[in-house]
Design a protein around this ligand. Structure first.
Ligand code: OOB
Length: 554
């Protein structure tokens, strides 16, 4: 396995193969097999582009050959920072076919994240749009190239780019298969036990950790998560969240839709009018959303003007769904709710369409594989009794055994016998389903997008006026949580505004969703007897303040 990755122990891997969980089929082959059956059927829709399985297969073959000709080889890493456009899917499949590892970054990431990740995984390629959401990625690429010596190729989705970069569409249009045999790809067919994709962790430590997912485990993920949703060739799957998220990519996501011969529709925006318009136009059957968008959809007054009757399921995942919101889905949107709890590290749990209301509104269901193992553990490291909250530890055929090149962190995050310590606090319902109670890890979950407080605190601490800083989650009725920064200042009589702080963070060039949305300047921090900031006291403080402010508004 790629150096820096922790393989599954041999006897366990053999057992997963023997039991049929791992098919020993690379992801690219799995797609091609379906594409041959559904050659003329629509696979990918974006605005007025309608792409068939046949076109997607031949386009990704062509792109794979071009990548090889450029010099990319199996297990090379390429950072992917493309938005939800067809080029993303072509490039993803092309990489999978030749074992090049796509590193799933997000369009809002900026210099700070991309330079760190590209360096950490020694990326040889960087895939970007030219301009997206008014941001110029070509300029960013220049700086990344200067900073990351391994980076040789910049591939651009767009109409124009500097000479030293390559336009993805030029490659997609150049009929290389007339000069070279497609059969040559066989030679580079990846080992299914190898890494297929690098995902990024939500990150509780300073910077994101890299999550290696293998062909075998990632294929299994998509197979198992498409079952509770009843995916088949009539599935019309709408992608709203970034394609680089595990949920949209593979749980069951794009890959799960393809394994079943369905069609994927890409949404260019997260606006509710856009979502409703696409559901009506494309007769969408399955819609995965974070709870914040479900709330947006339910509260969208003009929704009744759209025909949403094709919807069979809405999957909610990424952050906790309030049961009061869950209850409204069936009566108001006319489709089933399926709750999904997951993590890029692996484990997934889901409710079933046929579950009763109590289970669907209040639980996150069962782990999706019979081979998933989990423990719910108290602070002493011992398993707690039924219905007692504790930390969720998990292990199984699609949960990683370690982050990429992070031995010290792995020691803390995994047990010796391979359980991943998720940092989530859950409780076991007598039915065997799990209920999310909270979390132990220091993280902010802003509408499903994860923020590492430590990463932001380290940047705030560099502000000349700031003496000490702590970033905590504040409750929010739509996003679930937003980020609030508490700071003490070096000079007690000085002041600092949120605008001033965020202008400073803008210079530090991190993704904007990580910016604090509220600032509390205090005179001193509540400290434990060993001098650590008592974050729970700050969380309670901001919870009380926001509750009081909300009461005052009514
Ligand atoms: C998904 O993956 P990540 O890696 O962005 O975040 C994982 C964390 C979990 O550890 C948990 O803290 C939280 O996100 N989470 C939920 C949740 N689903 C995820 N918390 C409460 N309720 C839920 N339903 O977020 C992810 C990956 C695959 C599928 C779905 C979500």
């Amino acid at each position: 396995m790629l150096k820096g990755c922790m393989p599954f122990p041999k006897e366990i891997a053999d057992n997963y193969v023997a039991k049929g969980y791992w098919k020993n089929v690379p992801l690219g082959d799995a797609f091609d097999r379906v594409a041959e059956v559904y050659y003329k059927k629509e696979a990918l829709i974006f605005e007025d582009l309608r792409i068939t399985y046949g076109q997607l297969k031949s386009g990704s073959d062509r792109l794979a050959m071009h990548l090889l000709n450029m010099g990319l080889r199996p297990l090379d890493r390429v950072v992917v920072q493309l938005p939800n456009i067809p080029e993303f899917v072509y490039c993803y499949l092309a990489c999978l076919k030749i074992g090049v590892i796509p590193v799933m970054c997000l369009p809002p990431h900026r210099y700070s994240e991309i330079s760190y990740i590209a360096k950490k995984c020694e990326a040889r390629g960087y895939l970007i749009p030219d301009v997206f959401n008014k941001f110029n990625y070509l300029e960013l690429a220049e700086e990344i190239k200067a900073e990351v010596p391994s980076l040789e190729f910049v591939l651009v989705a767009g109409r124009q780019c500097p000479d030293q970069y390559v336009l993805i569409n030029d490659l997609l249009e150049d009929r290389i298969e007339e000069r070279q045999s497609v059969g040559n790809l066989e030679e580079y067919r990846p080992d299914p036990m190898e890494v297929a994709v690098f995902l990024l962790s939500g990150g509780t430590t300073g910077l994101p950790k890299i999550i290696p997912r293998t062909h075998n485990d990632y294929l299994y993920t998509s197979e198992m998560t498409s079952k509770p949703l009843g995916f088949n060739m009539y599935t019309a799957f709408l992608v709203v969240a970034p394609l680089g998220h595990n949920m949209t990519l593979a749980c069951p996501g794009v890959m799960g839709t393809y394994l079943n011969g369905g069609k994927v529709v890409l949404s260019a925006s997260t606006r509710v009018d856009n979502i409703c318009g696409l559901v009506e136009k494309e007769r969408i059957t399955n819609l995965p959303l974070v709870p914040a968008l479900i709330i947006g959809l339910l509260n969208y007054e003009k929704r009744k003007g759209y025909d949403l009757s094709s919807l069979l399921t809405i999957t909610s995942g990424g952050s906790k769904l309030n049961p009061e919101v869950a209850k409204r889905i069936k009566p108001e949107l006319g489709c089933h709710l399926v709750q999904q709890f997951g993590m890029a590290e692996g484990l997934l749990t889901m409710t079933d369409m046929n579950d009763d209301d109590e289970a669907r509104f209040n639980t996150i269901g069962y782990p999706v594989s019979p081979a998933d193992q989990f423990k719910i553990v108290g602070p002493d490291g011992e398993e707690v009794s039924l219905e007692t909250p504790g930390e969720l530890w998990c292990r199984g055929p699609y949960t990683i055994r370690g982050y990429y090149d992070a031995p010290a962190h792995n020691e803390a995050a995994f047990t010796e016998d391979g359980f991943y310590k998720s940092g989530d606090i859950v409780r076991l319902h007598p039915s065997g389903r799990l209920i999310v109670e909270g979390r132990k890890k220091d993280l902010i979950n802003r509408g499903g997008e994860k923020i590492s407080p430590e990463e932001v605190e380290n940047l705030i601490l560099a502000h000349p006026k700031v003496e000490n800083a702590a970033v905590v989650a504040m409750p929010d009725p739509v996003m679930g949580e937003r980020s609030c920064a508490y700071v003490t200042l070096k000079q007690q009589d000085a002041d600092l505004t949120l605008e001033e702080l965020n202008l400073f963070l803008l210079e530090k060039r991190i993704a904007k969703f990580k910016f604090p949305e509220r600032l509390e300047v205090i005179s001193e921090f509540p400290l434990t007897n060993v001098g650590k900031i008592k974050k729970n006291v700050l969380r309670q403080d901001i919870e009380r303040k926001t509750a009081e402010e909300n009461r005052a508004k009514i």
